[in-house]
Design a protein around this ligand. Structure first.
Ligand code: ADP
Length: 384
């Protein structure tokens, strides 16, 4: 009988998970409250419920054999219900409700990373920004610092870099943590798959570039240009971290490389990640197929990078506006464009992405840049 994979979250990550699941012979059911979820194009069924909707979770549990996630901000009560169902043996929850419970909140994630003795920036937790964190609370600390919302932040929302006294007057509301600003020469990411038998396989480290004002991921290059010994240290750190976490599926680590060649963990995601989009075109096994293989108990695929690649996010740069229909390919350019079929453009919203392959990451980046410029021209600067 055909097995059903339930996915909590229905964005573009969910779309590609559904596509891979279907190709491997699974049925998919996606739980999301979004009115126009990008995953709808590829899911067999959409359950209209947010990630903290207990009632809809019951429906999901009745219909799915396996439950997995494309977001980590899942409600604690939903996680408890999933943990109970997994323990009762009626469904496999993967990577695991316990792993989600640790990673969904940046404070509990940082505490876990520090308790494991893994390298991460020193931090302090503030449970109520208004009561506990004030400019005065930070008087004894050296700037720059980074304030992060404990839950619900994404794409740079929920991250506030404190460089000056004026920044201290604009603290984010709500439970947060404050950590040292890590001086870095590069930001890297590494994807790791952990199979049902505990086997761990790493992808090659990739280099991340962020849009400077909004901290939104803008470009990913594969492979990251790193001395082989450094790339190996990234791999061993990532594998050790995922082994320590346990859980089954694809994970992503975001890392800082310091001027002294230290590798510092910024963030761990218990899911496929924007940094792995280029695996669709550039790797033997895409991160999406790999995640489905892992959660479904199939053998993991090869993580080999077959061709150097560059991925660019296509961000909405204008005001709120209906999104135009844009072409899937551009004349004279080899980049593969993916649009997420979002009908409304909102500032800095991810509308799609594109991936170019090349003989080197630099050549791929140049081709991707030409494609982005062409899209900017087509949209009069609104998207690119
Ligand atoms: P998000 O949840 O939006 O991915 P991150 O924690 O990854 O949030 O932060 C977004 C970006 O902000 C990082 O990629 C990095 O550029 C910057 N940043 C975050 N934390 C630090 C830090 N401690 N030191 C320096 N830069 C940081």
């Amino acid at each position: 009988v055909q097995q059903t994979i339930g996915i909590i979250g229905g964005g573009q990550l969910g779309r590609y998970l559904c596509r891979s699941a279907r190709a491997l012979g699974f049925r998919t059911i996606v739980m999301t409250a979004e009115p126009e979820p990008p995953a709808a194009s590829d899911a067999d069924r959409i359950l209209p419920g947010a990630a903290d909707d207990l009632e809809m979770t019951e429906t999901l549990l009745r219909e799915a054999d396996i439950v997995t996630f494309e977001i980590e901000a899942v409600g604690p009560a939903v996680l408890e219900r999933l943990a109970a169902a997994d323990a009762a043996g009626t469904v496999s929850v993967r990577p695991g409700a316990g792993v989600l419970a640790i990673l969904r909140n940046k404070a509990s994630q940082k505490r876990w990373v520090a308790a494991q003795g893994l390298p991460t920036a020193p931090f302090r937790v503030f449970d109520d920004a208004h009561a506990a964190l004030t400019p005065a609370t930070l008087a004894g600390f050296d700037l720059p610092l980074v304030q992060k919302a404990q839950v619900g932040g994404y794409d740079g929302r929920g991250v506030h870099i404190l460089r000056s006294a004026a920044d201290l007057e604009r603290l984010l509301p709500g439970p947060c943590l404050v950590e040292d600003f890590v001086e870095h020469v590069a930001e890297l990411a590494i994807l790791v798959a952990r199979g049902g038998d505990g086997e761990v396989r790493c992808y090659d480290p990739v280099a991340l570039r962020f849009e400077p004002d909004h901290h939104i991921l803008d470009q990913v290059l594969a492979p990251a240009v790193l001395a082989p010994a450094l790339a190996d240290r990234c791999r061993s750190l990532a594998c050790a971290t995922v082994q320590a976490l346990g859980g089954v599926g694809v994970f992503a680590l975001e890392l800082f490389l310091t001027p002294a060649d230290e590798i510092i963990i910024n963030e761990i995601s218990p899911r496929v990640h924007n940094a792995g989009h280029l695996s669709l075109e550039a790797c033997r096994t895409s991160q999406f197929e790999q995640h489905i293989r892992a959660v479904a108990g199939l053998a993991l695929g090869s993580t080999e990078l077959e061709r150097p690649a560059a991925m660019r996010n296509l961000l909405w740069r204008g005001v709120v506006a209906p999104a135009q229909r844009l072409p899937p390919t551009l004349p004279g350019n080899s980049a593969r464009i993916h649009w997420y079929d979002k009908t409304e453009g909102r500032p800095w919203r991810k509308m799609g992405h594109l991936t170019a392959l090349g003989d080197s990451a630099a050549a791929a980046a140049a081709e991707a840049e030409r494609a982005c410029q062409a899209i900017l021209t087509l949209t009069n600067g609104a998207c690119g």
